[in-house]
Design a protein around this ligand. Structure first.
Ligand SMILES: [Zn+2]
Ligand SMILES: [Zn+2]
Length: 241
């Protein structure tokens, strides 16, 4: 808890949907639109086979502390402090809201999965080490399609592969560290549903915001004025406990 307490001053809870905030990813939506451009693209390209819940834990503003942690926890010489911060934050967030996700998904989680790296990384993904292995759930192992490069942020129905039926009836906790466009997360959600999952909740540690991108300015201004992070704020249903 202390490890989360000392992150509160630089973390910010997701803003509620509406009023220029995308209902899925909590970034900037155009005036009068429910979704941002990317999320509406994903919705149509996937035919609605997407994550049922997208829960960013906090914003990750480029060059700020949380963003820095999300980069260095998986660098060639990973920072133990960054790993500890992100692990505590995510494990505690999931513990607080475990039952909220179950209520929203129609039952408790049955599997956990992380977005597999397409960078040719050797060994286990760091997110699996710091969070997924601490969950009392079997881990699914999707295989990335090598036709798509690591820097490709688009949605593709065939971006990840799971054996048919391997997630049948499952309610899957999908973890990723950073949401930029959401293309990889939603591609994996699609593959999970194609493999039989009945529900998918995507939990992302940081919803990335680029403060130099003009349309992000109102969002960044709101975050500067927002209260410190409150881990009990319920992202799945967006209200305090
Ligand atoms: Zn969005
Ligand atoms: Zn909750």
């Amino acid at each position: 808890m202390q490890v989360v307490e000392r992150q509160r001053n630089y973390l910010r809870n997701p803003l509620p949907p509406g009023d220029g905030i995308c209902a899925v990813c909590r970034s900037t939506a155009g005036s009068g639109f429910e979704l941002c451009y990317q999320c509406s693209q994903h919705r149509s390209a996937s035919g609605g086979m997407q994550a049922d819940i997208v829960a960013p834990i906090a914003y990750s503003i480029a060059r700020a502390q949380h963003d820095h942690n999300l980069i260095i926890y998986k660098s060639a010489q990973p920072s133990a402090v960054a790993m500890g911060n992100l692990s505590s934050l995510t494990v505690l967030y999931l513990a607080y809201h475990w039952d909220c996700f179950a209520a929203a998904l129609g039952g408790a989680f049955t599997h956990v999965v992380t977005v597999p790296s397409t960078r040719g990384r050797q060994g286990e993904h760091p997110l699996e080490t710091i969070v997924a292995r601490r969950m009392p759930l079997p881990v699914l192992r999707p295989v990335p399609n090598s036709a798509y490069g690591a820097d490709d942020r688009n949605f593709y129905r065939d971006r990840f592969y799971l054996p048919p039926g391997s997630a049948t009836g499952g309610r899957v906790l999908l973890l990723d560290d950073t949401w930029t466009t959401g293309g990889r997360v939603q591609s994996l959600a699609f593959a999970l549903k194609a493999a039989g999952a009945v529900a998918v909740a995507a939990v992302v540690i940081g919803r990335r915001v680029n403060p130099d991108y003009g349309p992000s300015k109102p969002l960044v201004d709101r975050l500067r004025a927002a209260p410190w992070f409150d881990i009990t704020r319920c992202t799945p249903v967006d209200r305090p406990h």
